[in-house]
Design a protein around this ligand. Structure first.
Ligand code: PBG
Length: 328
């Protein structure tokens, strides 16, 4: 017998051979593209730390949605930038809120009607203080109130579903929000609207550029009393189990690349459809390296997305969705 007996290189000998034995495939329909929607008309304002990502007024968002539908993307994840913020985050659940209007506009357009619209549910873009829940002031300290925030978060989800969102995606990390949202959706006559829960969301420095994009940086303190400690794997699994118990239909894991171990572990343990979110800082980091000529653009994008699928994500939220689609 010749040596070596096992030659794994036999199956790498040509592009056709590699394609035949490829274990993980990326499809356009598995990519979700985030949009940041702002007031005004004809507005297309680039986010400085996220080249190629814009704040878009509703008319521009509709155009963007048309391109995404044409590319065959899986859907859009919508974030709102209201012109006014207040202590009660009233823009989040207003019938004429910025995202509610954007959803109606995209659904009214023939060529984008079928595109899946996922509405992010959180208060941080709408609260004057930039936190994901209400502030409870005590004499010598403040707290991000859990239970008092739930009715507003639930109301936001119901309002977005009534406006036409196909899926609601709570990202606030308050305890009990999935159950509260499920109840509110059912009561609003939306029992068929699924909840995509950001089930394990870590307090991450990789969200930095997003806070510029969504104008949602906390004005004081940080998010560590509600988002998870990056050191905790077992706790992430408890978060997920709890959200499933409360009625989540799908899971979203974030950040993605620095937390792929959690994605894999969640995939092995739970059977719900699951996505990974390649967050703003992951995008900014790659863009910076591309701009310097330090990394090869197209190959790196595809490899980063493939890693998420390989770790077990069924779909991926990524700012590269539009650029990646033609590469697949
Ligand atoms: C809202 C929310 C955030 C992101 C998604 N939803 C910001 C945060 O929690 O600070 C981050 C997404 C990204 O960085 O791309 N709570």
């Amino acid at each position: 017998m010749s040596f070596p007996a096992t030659r794994l290189r036999r199956l790498r000998s040509s592009a056709a051979m590699r394609s035949l034995v490829r274990e993980t495939r990326l499809e356009r329909s598995a990519l979700i593209y985030p949009l940041f929607i702002c007031e005004g008309e004809g507005v297309r304002r680039e986010v400085s730390s996220m080249p190629g990502v814009f704040n878009l007024s509703i008319d521009e968002a509709v155009k963007e949605a048309e391109q995404c539908a044409e590319l065959g993307l899986g859907g859009l994840l919508l974030f709102g930038i209201p012109s006014e913020k207040d202590e009660q985050a009233s823009g989040a659940y207003a019938n004429d809120g910025i995202v509610q209007r954007a959803i109606r506009a995209i659904k009214a357009n023939r060529s984008t009607r079928e595109l899946l619209l996922i509405a992010d549910v959180c208060l941080c873009e709408y609260t004057a203080n930039g936190h994901c829940g209400l502030i409870e002031q005590h004499h010598d300290h403040y707290e991000i109130a859990n239970d008092a925030s739930l009715p507003l978060i639930a109301k936001t989800a119901a309002s977005l579903a009534l406006a036409g969102a196909d899926i609601v995606a709570p990202s606030d990390m308050m305890d009990g929000r999935v159950a509260a949202i499920r109840r509110a959706l059912d009561e609003a006559g939306k029992p068929n609207t699924p909840i995509m829960s950001y089930a394990s969301k870590f307090a991450s420095a990789f969200y930095g550029p997003f806070r510029e994009a969504a104008d949602s940086a906390p004005q004081f303190g940080d998010r560590r009393s509600y988002q998870m400690d990056g050191a905790n794997r077992r706790e992430a699994l408890r978060e997920i189990a709890e959200d499933i118990e409360e009625g989540a239909d799908m899971l979203l894991m974030k950040p993605a690349m620095p937390y792929l171990d959690i994605v894999r572990e969640a995939r092995d343990r739970f059977d719900l459809p699951m996505g990974a979110y390649q967050v703003s800082g992951e995008y900014a980091m790659l863009q910076a390296a591309f701009a310097k000529g330090w990394l090869e653009r197209e190959r790196t994008i595809v490899e980063s997305l493939l890693a998420m699928r390989r770790a077990g994500a069924d779909f991926i939220v990524t700012y590269f969705a539009k650029e990646a689609a033609p590469l697949l």
